[in-house]
Design a binder for this molecule. Structure first.
Ligand code: 13P
Length: 256
């Protein structure tokens, strides 16, 4: 069975008060037995260490929203994979569409980060997805292939072992309107088959969906056979809402 991953991507949100209330609530309400579900919280960098002291006593992992391609040196404003490792971060989001578009991150640049994260035994969560215009022009598969091919070119055929992919159609992010679950299922199947063509053992890779997921619409996604979890933005900022999402995942994914 594939590992199910539920990730809270806080983006540029949160503060010390929110973190304290959030973790207190989770401490008392997170189910003891998460079954095969893994929970990851990805706050802004400055809060990672503070949170690491609390979550390491809980069943929760920490992720980073970004990482630099350099390990150390004169790179003002950057964060190294070594620093993330030192404070117990386990996952790193790579290639989020907000970084691709607001920070001009290219497929090649993202592949370098992916390589570095893997080399240091952290788990990259590679975000891929098409724009609305690309979808309209029927270019979704072409775009996804390009995003994946660049990783294969840099890391070789076994690139996706022990990694996670998050399919996030850009037009569904932050809009409140999620993609159609059957559409997402088809895309996930396409991604899985494409990766499997290169490396049969990668067919069990975890492929998450992200884009306006919440506790009201998640049910229709959970039941799709190739959706292995969620990368949740806005809805993950509210701890009660995030807990509802977790509870629904535990209850469905466990009965598969
Ligand atoms: P929203 O859930 O706010 O649409 O964000 C999705 C996302 O970008 C998660 O990385």
């Amino acid at each position: 069975m594939r590992n199910k991953l539920i990730v809270a991507n806080w983006k540029l949100n949160g503060n010390i008060e929110l973190i304290s209330n959030y973790l207190d609530f989770l401490k008392f309400n997170l189910p003891n037995n998460l079954k095969d579900n893994t929970i990851v919280i990805v706050p802004p960098f400055v809060y990672l260490e503070r949170m690491s002291h609390v979550v390491n006593k809980m069943n929760i992992f920490l992720g980073a929203q970004n990482v630099d391609i350099n390990l150390k040196g004169a790179f003002t404003g950057e964060i190294s994979v070594l620093m993330l490792k030192e404070i117990g971060v386990k996952y790193v989001i790579i290639g989020h569409s907000e970084r691709r578009s607001f920070h001009n991150e290219t497929n090649n640049y993202i592949a370098k980060k992916f390589l570095l994260v893997k080399n240091y035994n952290l788990i990259p969560i590679l975000c891929i997805g098409e724009t609305e215009q690309e979808k309209r022009k029927n270019q979704t598969q072409k775009v996804l292939k390009e995003q994946l091919d660049c990783i294969f070119k840099t890391l070789g055929e076994l690139a996706f072992r022990n990694t996670v992919i998050a399919y996030e159609p850009i037009w569904a992010i932050g809009t409140g309107i999620s993609a159609d679950p059957k559409y997402v299922q088809n895309i996930h199947q396409f991604i899985r088959n494409y990766i499997e063509k290169h490396d049969v053992l990668s067919k069990n890779i975890t492929i998450q969906y992200g884009g306006s997921v919440n506790s009201l619409n998640i049910k229709d996604f959970i039941i799709q056979p190739d959706i292995d979890g969620f990368l949740v933005g806005n809805a993950s900022l509210n701890v009660q809402e995030f807990l509802k999402i977790i509870a629904m995942c535990i209850s469905y994914f466990t009965n598969e």
